[in-house]
Design a protein around this ligand. Structure first.
Ligand SMILES: Nc1nc2c(c(=O)[nH]1)N[C@H]1C(S)=C(S)[C@@H](COP(=O)(O)O)O[C@H]1N2
Ligand SMILES: [Mo]
Length: 260
């Protein structure tokens, strides 16, 4: 995520009004009704209440009700981009460089919080779990995209071992990069295409694309696909993380829920 000190590029708003029950209700009786319906169904995003409060709730709740079981489009191998664009990230910090010098042997994914079995998984632990591949598109809110094959361990496989408690509503995920973290609700955390990715286009996941371990969330904009993931926490509320908005993005005006 862009550090606070650098100018923020204008991002294209992808917020779309979805024609569905909630959107229709909003048209008929105002945002207040949509907001009430969203509350009834527990569809309140963590960044609700800010500048875009009712609007974010409407977008999130309408998309959730319409798309909860849908898959991101998968592409044929022939459509894999020849030169995938790697978005700029902050220069690797000392901790990352030490891991890199050591061939990422000591890289761990720590899984904690409200789980029956806290875990600490090496990259080879992750690779020995059931793995999958998908050919999907990374779509940046700045207007570019590329298609790649992603190979990884579905997040639901890791959660199956950790066993989140019944009251868990979000999975927080953190990068080794300073102040770079996000969260998913359980529909996206358990979604079959949400991967902890360690391979790309039949090789190891390159560092520029988030290697050795990256979250891939193909039904949301690129910024949810956090690079250099080291930590997952199962939680019943995102209020205890940062400013309580679910991720760093809403602090810059980008939605926590970035469905595409
Ligand atoms: N740790 C970290 N992850 C990140 C970012 C970042 O700056 N730091 N940028 C995000 C954004 S805005 C996009 S669009 C995608 C870009 O992925 P790519 O470099 O593979 O194209 O990575 C996302 N993941
Ligand atoms: Mo992005």
């Amino acid at each position: 995520m862009t550090p606070a000190s650098t100018p923020i590029p204008p991002r294209i708003s992808r917020r779309k009004l979805i024609t569905g029950g909630l959107a229709a209700a909003a048209g008929a009786s105002g945002l207040w009704t949509a907001d009430r319906l969203a509350r009834r169904y527990g569809l309140i995003p963590p960044d609700h209440g800010g500048l875009y409060g009712p609007g974010e709730t409407l977008t999130y709740a309408a998309q959730r009700l319409l798309t909860v079981h849908s898959l991101a489009r998968e592409f044929p191998r022939s459509m894999i981009s020849k030169a995938p664009f790697a978005n700029e990230v902050a220069p690797p910090n000392a901790a990352f460089k030490a891991h890199q010098a050591n061939g990422f042997r000591d890289w761990r994914l720590v899984v904690d919080g409200m789980v029956a079995h806290p875990l600490s998984l090496s990259l080879s632990d992750l690779r020995s779990m059931p793995s999958r591949s998908q050919i999907t598109e990374v779509v940046c809110e700045e207007g570019w995209s590329y298609i790649a094959e992603w190979i990884g361990t579905p997040l639901h496989e890791v959660l199956r071992e950790a066993e989140p408690l019944p009251q868990v509503r979000y999975i927080f995920y953190d990068s080794i990069e300073h102040n770079s973290w996000d969260s998913l609700d359980m529909a996206d955390a358990l979604h079959p295409q949400t991967f902890l990715t360690w391979g790309m286009n039949d090789g190891d996941l390159p560092v520029r694309h988030g290697g050795p371990l990256r979250m891939r969330v193909p039904r949301q904009l690129g910024y949810k696909s956090l690079k250099y993931v080291v930590h997952l926490t199962a939680t019943d509320s995102m209020k205890k993380f940062g400013k309580g908005l679910g991720s760093v993005s809403p602090e810059y005006g980008y939605a926590w829920y970035a469905g595409i």
